[in-house]
Design a protein around this ligand. Structure first.
Ligand SMILES: *Cc1c(COP(=O)(O)O)cnc(C)c1O
Length: 318
């Protein structure tokens, strides 16, 4: 991103377009660029979290140097219309970067068909080693080094590379790609069964899009409970889940993604994200569907807010 913006600045272009639901890896980098004089447009997202290519087209100005839109959201699992956005950027001559960290290794990504100029991915999100990733740049897209030292990699990235990590990443990625179609079908089936079952819980809402959704992602808000307590209860029963993104855990602020899709602070508190992998089975989903509704019910019984809702001293949001 930095290279594209440095190049833009050289040509007097200091406008960047992104979305309100990007990962902090993008948002915090952009905040820094804002301090350096760049003007950033954060596109609002509709309730399903899916922007349109038209929104991007309407936001592009003569001084736009970069569009950065994530391929799939790490909290709510929404898959963005990347090919359409890529086509708009290509037509208008604006560099298009996508944060594909959640997508690569999980769904089909084609930099050519999607008109992607730059793409980032991270190995540990597809069972690869930690601390290795890739920045893809299409031939002709200028990249400048952000680590300054020796002239390794033809001056693009200084420092001695983590060869074993890189080889490990490539091997795992190859493995993922060789089973991609079967995995997607298998996971989509498990995911939809889980979504279907959890939707039976009263006063709950699925976050993200039903169709344009990562095959392993399930994300709900349950009204009247505290997500952190739910996590502890699930953990005691052998279920690893998350209340949002690992990168924001420990923070008391509601997730910026849930706020952006219109969930109130109150609802966002009762968030639960489950991520399924190929190693999960139909029995696992059955187990989740037994444990989670019971846990939600138990927590609601202990919750003063839930009592207020039941006694109509407060009205349900969902
Ligand atoms: C995890 C994640 C990142 C950050 O990747 P790390 O390698 O863990 O720093 C960036 N974007 C998205 C969408 C992610 O899910």
């Amino acid at each position: 991103m930095r290279s594209a913006t440095q190049y833009g600045a050289l040509h007097g272009k200091r406008h960047i377009i992104t979305t309100a639901i990007e990962h902090y890896a993008i948002l915090h980098t952009l905040q820094q660029l804002e301090k350096e004089g760049f003007d950033i447009t954060y596109l609002d997202v509709p309730e399903n979290g899916r922007i349109t290519a038209e929104m991007v087209a309407n936001a592009i100005r003569s001084d736009t140097c970069l569009v950065s839109v994530m391929l799939a959201n790490n909290e709510i699992g929404t898959i963005e219309p990347i090919a359409e956005i890529g086509a708009v950027c290509r037509k208008k001559g604006v560099v298009f970067h996508t944060d594909a960290v959640q997508a690569v290794g999980h769904i089909l990504v084609d930099v050519e068909k999607m008109s992607i100029d730059m793409l980032s991915l991270s190995a540990h999100k597809f069972h690869g080693p930690k601390g290795v990733g890739v920045l893809y740049a299409k031939k002709g897209v200028p990249i400048s080094s952000i680590i300054h030292s020796g002239a390794q990699e033809r001056g693009r990235r200084a420092g001695t590379e983590n060869l074993s990590g890189i080889v490990g990443m490539a091997a795992v990625l190859q493995e993922c790609c060789s089973h991609m179609e079967q995995n997607t079908a298998y996971l989509t089936n498990l995911r939809d069964k889980l979504i279907q079952g959890l939707s039976q819980i009263l006063h709950s809402v699925l976050n993200g899009d039903c169709i344009y959704r990562l095959p392993g992602n399930v994300h709900f808000c349950f009204e009247g409970i505290d997500g952190e307590s739910l996590l502890i209860m699930l953990d005691n029963q052998g279920i690893c889940a998350s209340a949002g993104s690992a990168c924001t855990s420990g923070s008391l602020d509601p997730s910026h993604v849930l706020s952006a899709i219109g969930r109130s602070t109150f609802l966002a508190r009762g968030a639960l994200r489950l991520t399924l992998s190929e190693d999960n089975t139909a029995e696992d989903v059955d187990y989740l569907l037994k444990v989670i509704p019971e846990a939600v019910e138990k927590l609601r019984k202990m919750s003063p807010v839930w009592t207020e809702l039941q006694e109509e001293k407060r009205s349900y949001e969902i």
